[in-house]
Design a protein around this ligand. Structure first.
Ligand code: PEP
Ligand code: MG
Length: 756
């Protein structure tokens, strides 16, 4: 049995004394590793520091050969230490030498040590080094050991950052000087923004790490938590967020986290282990960030990023920093640049000064993106390196349509974008002018133009765009931004709000399309899936969970009282799934009637064609439903066996290939044969050239993102649909050669003066 450690508090106290003494940096490090080794009952404690040349150098050791200090070096990613630094994740091994990454450094004479616990030393999200414990016997380092070492590694980070370590990498982000620099991120919200960088949340540096008196620190922590809760309540009462909507859901989740017992307990434990209140927050925050790095599920990451945001607010409160004060003297044209940002943090800034947002992290469904979209702010995500490359006040141009960021742009680039912004504004004006024009082709073919939506913020776009209705309402979005299953009343409330907002226009609700890549953080999948897109998702999942399906159907039936309920089923592979859904609808109708609820005046049930198997049952399908909607995103993915999210394949296959277009034509023709209305609601409906082709193939109803309505309408007003049909049919009836008709179709458009 190994002796127990002296306890985290004793170790922290000893470290505090060492930090207070006037010692040369090397001597201080030597003593620190010695104290850690003794307290942790480890035969070895070593500290490796990441140098500015990217090498990890042994800076101090207790237990390994002292002559190896400043001589033993590893590259990032090399050996166990290099792996920890590269991944920023700890390694806990009983038999280190058998680990595939193990690299033996002869100068250290470490061959006799079997067990190994290594942790990254992190500060402000940067790896400064690695701290390692080793023992001869096969020891399993416990969760408590790891917890203590995490606390210790914070003290080490502070020592490295403060001490004057020759060659050690700087804890401060470095800038690359004043050169222009462009980088590519992901376009999350369109529009061009020109302005000056404001680095969001310059990191709050915690200087007091070790507590003098834990009871006082606990009191401070609890007072700060209480203040934090009050500030969230106040934010929820603000007039611009008080209305129901998804921003509110996001903020309600903050409120929930601020009361989360698990989070508070972890903070309190860190204080009880000897940290100050602010260091405890930083520690728990850094654990959260490490977890975020490991999680690929975007919704879970989003939740953790809410927690990160909350921790920042708490830290600001504890350090006596008023966040509002930071935001008062902003430039008039601010482009916010951040690692990640919480939705509530964006609301801290005055909207009228914000021209754009650039994030190192961030995805389409990130909460901050959802809120930014609601506020009409261009957003770029996944802009790797942007925070370390930019400095407050730098000139910056962002292109939210293309995902490009230009830092310190050349005058010519800035000028070109200023032109683009002007041009966009003019074009938008021209599209706005088309709003009232009926969507009819030159040869008098009326086209029903619809929008895709899913959140309340999308709804005002219906009126603005002049579309005739909502062709696809993705009901899963409400579920994706919530932290628990939205209750029946919440669902009904949303659907009622939709009916209210659309007036006498139409809406087609899609039943839940969750599962696959749209996993909910609070919903347990049926086990690990190798191919989630083809797995337990959409109608397959909801038919297996009838309570879930029936709750949603009931909410829709109630909300549509006296009106037409159009609902459609995603990912149908077999007609029996439509029959089963109809049976569930009938049961819900009977239930509602029994309890005296009003029913919709009409119910129309449709199916989405996304699974190619339906192409071979088109006649039966058209008879089994009231309408069809083609989900071309998924249909293309499954027909060509090409993962829609894999950027390596983006340009390999084309939706304008004769194969895919023939499949679409078959659907349109089957719809006509059976007089079953067919809509297409995938992304291609919003691209003017593709939308032109769809009309040529016989589609008369198309549903797209609201921003696409203007450009697509401009296209169809200049189109002769009959002429295009003849051209397309002759191309598709020929033996299939070449993998795309893209070029021929562009030429057709040019020759016929079609506005693309
Ligand atoms: C589609 O697959 O084309 C579609 C509209 O559904 P989603 O993009 O939501 O999967
Ligand atoms: Mg789909």
């Amino acid at each position: 049995m190994r002796k127990s450690t002296a306890g985290p508090k004793t170790l922290m106290k000893q470290l505090r004394e060492l930090m207070a003494q006037d010692l040369a940096p090397q001597v201080r490090l030597n003593r620190i590793v010695q104290k850690i080794a003794r307290n942790m009952v480890a035969e070895v404690c070593s500290l490796y520091i990441l140098r500015s040349d990217g090498m990890l150098e042994l800076f101090a050791t207790h237990g390994l050969n002292p002559a190896a200090v400043h001589r033993a070096r590893l590259r990032l990613g090399q050996g166990l230490v290099g792996t920890i630094a590269a991944t920023a994740r700890p390694l806990n091994l009983i038999d280190a030498q058998n680990h595939p990454a193990f690299a033996y450094l002869p100068e250290t004479r470490e061959e006799m040590y079997s067990s190994f616990l290594g942790l990254p030393v992190l500060r402000s999200g940067r790896t400064l080094g690695v701290v390692v414990l080793q023992n001869r016997n096969q020891r399993t380092y416990s969760d408590d050991d790891i917890e203590i070492m995490e606390t210790v590694s914070m003290v080490l980070a502070e020592t490295i950052a403060a001490g004057d370590m020759p060659q050690a990498i700087s804890a401060k982000p470095d800038s690359d000087g004043r050169r222009p620099f462009s980088l590519q991120g992901t376009a999350l919200n369109g529009g061009v923004g020109l302005g000056h960088v404001v680095l969001h949340k310059p990191h709050i540096v915690v200087t007091r790490l070790v507590a003098e008196n834990s009871a006082d620190e606990l009191q401070k922590l609890n007072a700060a938590l209480e203040k934090l809760r009050q500030s969230i309540d106040a934010m929820l009462e603000r007039s611009d967020v008080a209305l129901d909507g998804e921003h509110r859901e996001v903020l309600e989740a903050y409120r929930m986290f601020a009361h989360d017992r698990g989070w508070v307990r972890r903070l309190e434990e860190a204080v009880k282990n000897g940290l100050t209140a602010e260091a405890a927050v930083e520690k728990v925050q850094s654990d959260t960030r490490t977890r975020m790095l490991q999680i690929t599920d975007p919704y879970l990451r989003e939740r953790l990023s809410d927690l990160d945001d909350l921790a920042n607010r708490l830290l600001a409160g504890l350090m006596g920093r008023q966040r509002e004060a930071v935001t008062t003297d902003l430039p008039e044209n601010t482009i916010l640049v951040a690692d990640a940002m919480g939705a509530a943090e964006l609301l801290d800034y005055p909207r009228q000064k914000i021209r754009g947002l650039v994030l190192e992290d961030g995805a389409t469904t990130s909460h901050v993106t959802i809120v930014a979209r609601a506020l009409g702010i261009p957003v770029i995500g996944q802009a790797k390196g942007v925070t370390s490359l930019s400095v407050n006040g730098d000139a910056i141009v962002i292109d939210g349509d293309e995902g490009r960021v230009h830092l310190r742009p050349l005058a010519s680039v800035e000028h070109a974008y200023a032109e683009k912004a002007r041009f966009q504004a003019q074009r938008q004006k021209a599209y706005d002018d088309l709003r009232q024009r009926p969507a009819v082709t030159r040869d008098n073919v009326p086209i029903t133009m619809l929008i895709n939506a899913g959140l309340l913020v999308d709804l005002p776009q219906l009126e603005k765009s002049g579309a005739e209705g909502i062709g696809l309402f993705r009901t899963e979005l409400q579920f994706m931004i919530a932290s628990t299953f939205p209750r029946a009343e919440k669902q009904e409330q949303l659907y009622r709000a939709v009916y209210q907002e659309i007036g006498d226009k139409t809406v087609t609700f899609r039943t839940l399309d969750i599962g696959g890549d749209k996993m909910l953080p609070y919903f347990r999948p049926k086990g690990k899936e190798e191919n989630p897109a083809m797995g337990w998702r959409a109608i397959r999942l909801t038919l297996d969970r009838p309570a879930l399906m029936r709750t949603q159907l009931r909410a829709m039936l109630k909300a549509a009282e006296g009106r037409t309920l159009r609902l459609m089923i995603p990912m149908v592979s077999d007609i029996s799934e439509i029959h089963q859904t109809r049976t569930l609808i009938e049961r819900e109708k009977a239930y509602l009637t029994r309890f005296g609820h009003a029913l919709p005046s009409r119910i129309k049930l449709g199916a989405m064609i996304e699974v190619p198997a339906l192409l071979f049952q088109l006649d039966e399908l058209m008879q089994a439903v009231d309408f069809i909607s083609v989900g071309s995103n998924d249909l293309f993915q499954f027909l060509m066996a090409v993962d829609r999210g894999n950027s390596a394949l983006t340009n390999r296959f084309e939706q304008l290939s004769p194969t895919f277009l023939r499949a679409l034509r078959d659907i349109a023709r089957a719809g006509e044969r059976h007089d079953t209305p067919v809509t297409l609601c995938g992304e291609m409906a919003g691209m003017p050239l593709c939308a032109m082709v769809l009309i040529g193939l016989g589609f008369r109803r198309i549903s797209m993102s609201p921003a696409a309505i203007g450009p697509v309408k401009a296209m169809l007003l200049s189109l002769d649909a009959g002429k295009l049909s003849a051209f397309l049919n002759s191309a598709l009836d020929k033996p299939c050669t070449g993998h795309s008709l893209h070029r021929q179709l562009l030429e057709f458009a040019q020759d016929n003066a079609i506005s693309l």
